[in-house]
Design a protein around this ligand. Sequence first.
Ligand code: UD1
Length: 422
Amino acid sequence: MDSILVTGNGPLNGQIPIAGAKNACLTLMPATLLSEEPLTLTNAPRLSDIKTMTQLLQSLGAEVSSLQDGQVQAMSSHNIDNHVAEYDIVRKMRASNLVLGPMLARLGQAVVSLPGGCAIGARPMDLHIHGLEALGAEIELKEGYLHAKAPRGLKGAEIELSFASVGATENIMMAATLAKGTTVIRNAAREPEIVDLADCLKKMGAHIDGAGSSSIIIEGVDRLHGATHPVVTDRIELGTYMLAPAICGGEVELLGGRMDLVGAFAEKLDQAGINVSETDKGLLVSRNNGRVKAVDVTTEPFPGFPTDLQAQMMALMCTAEGTSVLEEKIFENRFMHAPELTRMGANIEVHGGTATVTGVERLKGAPVMATDLRASVSLILAGLAAEGETLVNRVYHLDRGYEHVVRKFSGVGAKIERIKGS
Ligand code: UD1
């Protein structure tokens, strides 16, 4: 298994291009199942999760080709001849569950294995199931698979989510585009990826209002057609690389970065003493001399501070002046990076969903283990700021969500290399 070797090397300077959003692409790709006509996505990120979604769609009979070095995903679902999403593919990635709503809407049936994904909590699917049942689907769990059918088609309904789940909002929204009548999703997730999905569905002929607010209204149509859509910028990759100059010092411009995608996060950086400003090409982040200040962080659904940036923010707080409290409100088991950061000399105490971090002057390099996608990159950030060498093992998690990670960090002067494993 490959690992990544990082050596603390002082301030970082230069530019980093930000890719299209993994989480947007993973919901845009299943949208192809809603139409017989081709869907083309541009600005797709080059990630193993995108390959997994490609395999899943192909297993259902969709044609998927990656063009221009994987940046363009051209898809066609004119011939869907299988309605079973097998465990072997689904277990690799939770977002596989996003084929459920579209398949059900288009084919009237779907069998989807319960997913796997990052080991960061229970992550059940009850909200997806209740939402689709409200649209008239009958759903049963048998031997680890959800068996869903809608023999008489789906019918619009009012659905109130008890939690603003991203995946449930996406699945219900996609299914409702082909349902008869009007669907209203209340307490819907407001993430930019939801807005991006709605924009793409609208290009395909769907009638959707309110995406980005907590009430989404979908007027069902008989059929959707083909479209071409650029994937929105990855706000988590953006936030991650914004932390590179924050933790190491220096000045880095994030090409394609947008403040509206990272508002709550940028505000915390500002409180910590990091400068963030908008430029013609993206966002510019710099840190002056001296240590960053400790700030408290609570993760929340968008527009709050994203759970997917909590591990990386913790890496920054490990070297801050003072004590910060990080509260994780989205996933119950998302501090697995804390013991690894502790191996590097960090001072972290975890109690339930709260981590208290007392900053140290300097972290020290150590061999560490990547436990999930965002944890992996937090260890790289910590390693960049540490004295000596940090070897991050089990980096396959990283390939799921960060394209060209070594190239992007070394482009701004970081000392980082990938070491091929056996
Ligand atoms: C998406 C993102 C993930 C991000 C998360 C929260 C994708 C592919 N992944 O995941 O990177 O960390 O949003 O911003 O877009 N829940 C239930 N029942 C359900 C569904 C969810 O209880 O039916 C709970 C989960 O256990 C979790 C919380 O709701 O505690 C958030 O989950 P959700 O918003 O659905 O996240 P995902 O869509 O899985």
